[in-house]
Design a protein around this ligand. Structure first.
Ligand code: DGT
Ligand code: CA
Ligand code: CA
Ligand code: ZN
Length: 573
């Protein structure tokens, strides 16, 4: 069963594929519109289907309703899978260039026979793209910059996308009774922000049955290797996936090896050698034969180490810490009691205050912080002071409903180019807390941008800094910024720093999170949710937090409601 966000994404992709085929624009648009309608749908999609009410949704006719129902019930759609196979892979690849949409990609394909990134680069360098109708020098330059960015990031995908595919594949394989244990390893298990390929590990006495099933899964568009113990395939989104089958005795060793990282493995092997042992993907061997391990913990213990969670396995000090029993007790989902950066339909969110709050209550949380956009962010329907006051009154009204839950009054206040805040002080006084974010004027020098953010952080009403660097994973780097300086000022002024859980942000980067922790800065796990469904993006912020060695005390979200309110009041400067 697919959730509505995934169904929306598939409908959107179908629209894009049809555009690439040059279909009637209205038909393409119909899919994009339906995607948006489903994403914004209130309530449970299953209910809408059961009551046969999909066609009541504007823009969804009989035909689309049928497709949505099929997707919901079976997880797949023949038309979608056909399109995936039919569109030349090279053409799909062009869409990975930042700023290149289906219309332009198709024009390049039709007029210049461009069906690969290398052909695209060559055509740009020869000036042929600029001469094409509707393109021009500026577009050509933009495409070249996009290509340079792709070079740097390689063929990686977002963690959320990799996770979605891995869950589907493992879910399908798990149905085989021949499988004893199954686990996705590699960077996905270490919860890295982007994933280069999937590494799935299985233990079974019947590898052939497992392999045959694997290479015939509907997500597979190409089989590159089909062996007894290892197979490799290309998945529908271009991602490679390796499957390895081992015996159940070998499973813990293979799990550790294929989880990596490579650097961690090398250091672990060296440690084994110090004990006169040999560690590899099949076992841990000494003079008295190989160790029997029921799980990974047994392997670590045999090497006199505490268990190291996958997120820490980057060889950045985790082995030394494990040997000295000083690994952090990493923050966990169950420690979280709420979150602080969410949008509602008062600005650019999809759901009402009440819907957002109820969704947070469903998660078992005690509070939900609403921080809609401030006035200067016109594109996101930022709130002027009048609307803010209305919203705050509405929150007061709603808060009377619950004894065990509270909506916290926040704002995501824009940092103006000179470092002033977007609301006057007397308005800022009205909020429980203030998130500040840079949303405009990215083209500043490093010095100017640092000065701008530092000045804003020194404002006494500021509680936390939102998406600190403005990066978009696989799309654009953050703006130039002296982050060390920003973290230092945060520590001095007791300003907290957000970890933004949007799957394409996941920032601060975990390396800087570790640094922030060492300075005593409190981090805040925020989904930057624009709908109830996006509240779950806190999960990706949690991933970053764990990679950054955070314990529950380093994270604001682990505090109870009274503790949070106390912290917001007490702002010593
Ligand atoms: P990715 O796929 O680029 O996001 O990153 P990983 O970490 O998933 O890397 P991948 O898929 O190349 O390999 C999976 C794991 O296998 C890796 O984390 C550690 C292990 N591994 C791969 N190559 C080597 C190697 O040359 N030496 C050692 N010790 N381990 C390796
Ligand atoms: Ca991998
Ligand atoms: Ca791999
Ligand atoms: Zn936001």
């Amino acid at each position: 069963m697919l959730d509505k966000m995934r169904i929306a994404a598939i409908l959107d992709e179908i629209g894009t594929f049809l555009e690439l085929k040059g279909e009637n624009p209205f038909r393409c648009q119909a899919y994009h519109n339906a995607a948006r309608a489903i994403a914004q749908l209130e309530g449970d999609l299953g209910e809408w289907i059961k009551q046969n009410r999909l066609t009541e949704i504007p823009g969804i006719g009989k035909d689309l309703a049928q497709k949505i129902e099929t997707l919901y019930k079976t997880g797949r759609l023949e038309q979608y899978e056909e399109l995936r196979r039919e569109i030349p892979a090279g053409l799909l690849e062009l869409l990975r260039v930042p700023g290149l949409g289906p219309k332009k990609a198709k024009a390049l394909y039709d007029n210049l026979s461009i069906d690969s990134l290398s052909k695209l680069r060559q055509a740009c360098q020869e000036g042929r793209v600029a001469k094409l109708r509707g393109f021009g020098e500026k577009t050509q330059q933009k495409i070249l910059e996009g290509l340079a960015f792709l070079d740097k990031t390689g063929k990686r995908v977002l963690l959320a996308e990799a996770e979605y595919l891995a869950d589907r594949i493992c879910g399908e394989l798990r149905k085989l009774k021949e499988i004893i244990r199954i686990q996705a390893c590699g960077s996905l298990r270490r919860r890295k922000e982007t994933v280069g390929d999937l590494d799935i590990l299985v233990s079974s006495h019947h590898p052939k049955i497992v392999m045959d099933k694997f290479v015939s899964l509907p997500e597979v568009i190409q089989v590159t290797a089909h062996g007894e113990t290892k197979s490799s395939v290309v998945l529908e989104n271009g991602l490679n996936c390796d499957l390895r089958v081992v015996s159940d005795e070998q499973f813990p060793f293979a799990l550790h090896y294929f989880t990596g990282s490579k650097e961690h493995n090398i250091a672990m092997r060296a440690r084994a050698q110090q004990f006169g042992l040999k560690l590899n993907e099949y076992g841990l061997e000494g003079e008295r034969g190989t160790l029997h391990a029921k799980d990974e913990a047994d392997i670590f213990h045999a090497l006199k180490l505490d268990y190291i969670p996958p997120e820490l396995r980057e060889n950045t000090g985790e082995i030394e810490a494990a040997a000295e029993h000083r690994l952090p007790k990493l923050v966990e989902w169950k420690h979280l009691r709420g979150t602080f950066h969410c949008h509602t339909d008062w600005s650019d969110g999809r759901n009402s205050l009440e819907e957002m709050a109820e969704a947070a209550r469903q998660l078992g949380w005690q509070y939900l912080g609403i921080a809609d956009h401030s006035q200067s962010l016109g594109v996101a329907r930022g709130l002027d002071p009048n609307r803010v006051r209305q919203q705050l009154a509405e929150i007061d009204r709603l808060n009377k409903k619950w004894k065990d839950f509270r909506i916290l009054k926040g704002t995501e206040c824009d940092v103006l180019p000179d470092g002033r805040l977007d609301y006057p002080d007397e308005l800022l006084e009205q909020f429980d807390y203030v998130v500040i974010s840079v949303h405009s004027h990215f083209n500043m020098s490093k010095e100017e941008m640092t000065r701008r953010i530092v000045r804003a952080m020194q404002h006494p009403k500021v509680t936390m800094l939102g998406h600190a660097t403005g990066r978009l994973l696989l799309r654009r780097d953050g703006y130039p910024l002296d982050l060390d300086q920003v973290l230092k000022v945060a520590a001095e002024n007791k300003v907290m720093i957000e970890i933004n859980g949007q799957p394409d942000r996941m920032e601060l980067d975990w390396i800087h999170v570790k640094h922030a922790k060492s300075l005593g800065v409190t981090l805040v796990l925020n989904p930057d949710a624009h709908s109830t469904a996006e509240l779950r993006y806190v999960r990706y912020a949690l991933d970053v937090a764990r990679r950054g060695w955070l314990e529950k005390t380093n994270v604001l979200n682990s505090r109870t409601l009274p503790q949070v309110l106390q912290l917001f009041k007490r702002r010593p400067k």
